[in-house]
Design a protein around this ligand. Sequence first.
Ligand code: ARG
Length: 563
Amino acid sequence: MDFKLEIAKKISSMTEMETEKILELMEIPPQPNMGDYAFPCFQLAKVMRKAPNMIARELAEKVEKDDTLEKAEAAGGYLNFFINKEGFIKHTIAQILEQGEKYGSSDKGEGKTVLVEFSSPNIAKPFHIGHLVNTITGNSIEKIFKHLGYNTVKLNHLGDYGTQFGKLISAYKRWGVDEVIAKDPINELLKIYVKFHEEAEKDPSLEDEARAYFKQLEDGEPEAVALWEKFRELSLTEFRKLYKDFNIEFDSYAGESFYSDKMPEVVQILKDKNLLKESNGAQIVDLEQFNLPPCLILKSDGATIYATRDLAAAIYRKRTYDFYKSLYVVGNTQALHFKQFFSVLQLAGFEWAQNCVHVGTSLVKFADRKLASRKGDVIYAKEVVDEAVEKTLEIINSKNPNLEDKEEVAKKVGMGAIIYTFLKNNMDRDIIFSWEDMLSFEGESGPYVLYSYVRGKSILKKAGNIGENPDLSYLKTEDEYNMVKLLGFFKGTVEQAGDRYEPFVITRYVTDLAKAYNKFYNTHPILTADEKVKEARLALTKAVCSVLSTGLGLLGIQTPESM
Ligand code: ARG
């Protein structure tokens, strides 16, 4: 039950103000003894031409009390509401146990489609840690929007096109050995690609050869296309392994190549609108009015580029999915690119450009230098994931050596630790990567939250069957009430995370809930309490576990049953 909403409705029925507006204005009082919610009467005062404190007093008298609302008190220009604790606790827990993983969901997004483009690695290039951040963030954002009732589509805009594929074909024809490539496809392809550059320094004719291969690819020559498809498949197979580990399935892998035949239309549209200008032989769109550098559309040799493909993709997506919002979960380092091509769309008269959003992810900074990759600057996603799982397994081996399914648990906890770290802060801040903090079972970490969940689960297991109809009026302590209050905030939390495109709002929430539960567990007996109290506390435990699991699920973190 959403008590805030119920109160807002009550205020609305007594005034001319709309429920939505009231919800916006409502606050949480600074001190608990001032009530659970406060409604400031200042805006009403303007409309009603009355003093705010008078309005507050009048409303306090008029408002209808019931099993959810104990009293309403005027305090200056504020109207403070005191929830009926017993009614609130009963409604909230009953609702959580009834709705299970649907708790906190809404129909806010009904009939609206949100596209979430994320991950988008490049073919024949390493899937690096930045891609992993985008993958994890996008995955969570998609789940959040789905929980809010939107129809969501997961898109992977693979980097599978460009002149570099001419180079790769040339390198492969010269030095590629299938058996070697099969063993470690991405690294091998990368190796021959690097070799190409070294050799081309000595023999510039290689560049001509590469250009010729790329031309063949563009013209659809079967051999070139077959090789390109092979590279694409080899890379995708590797990427898919990682996606499977994180339980991610994309709805579409339409990458940059998919739009290659859709670009002449873009160029035509821009020409028709008189937006294309020549600059040193290249075609650009001037963006001075937006205070942005020009957007390059066609290079001087007529070749199209990244931005042009993004323009084509955006138009295609609008036509295909008629989206309400189209989100691009990509590193902040590409912010300028997105501003530029969104502006070009706007200039071209596509009003829906305002519904395209770049959700810019942060950079990863390493607290412990040791993580620097064995292979130079690039940190491979797979290495980080493998190491996290390995390290978690070591911890489990020392803490709980007899645990069943240790490998499976280590995988969930290790990957959960990475996800938590990536989604811990808002995206304006760098991600600080420290093995020690990340894998700690105390403090703010993925393992800490998971451990709290598992602790609750083990209590429920020990208790065996929990009573059919526990009498929740036995939840009388302030700690219990505060925890239920927190449970009641879940829906608003999910909405806020969606409105802000910020999964960290949920990370914060599950951390607070885990902390509250641990505090409760440490100060109040559960299994050894009197029967009635025990039953009520078990129901509360079950509700906490359920909401923790749903919240973690929205982050993409899977919960083990024990650890
Ligand atoms: N493949 C690009 C990279 O690895 C990211 C693509 C981002 N998406 C887009 N629509 N431009 O940097």
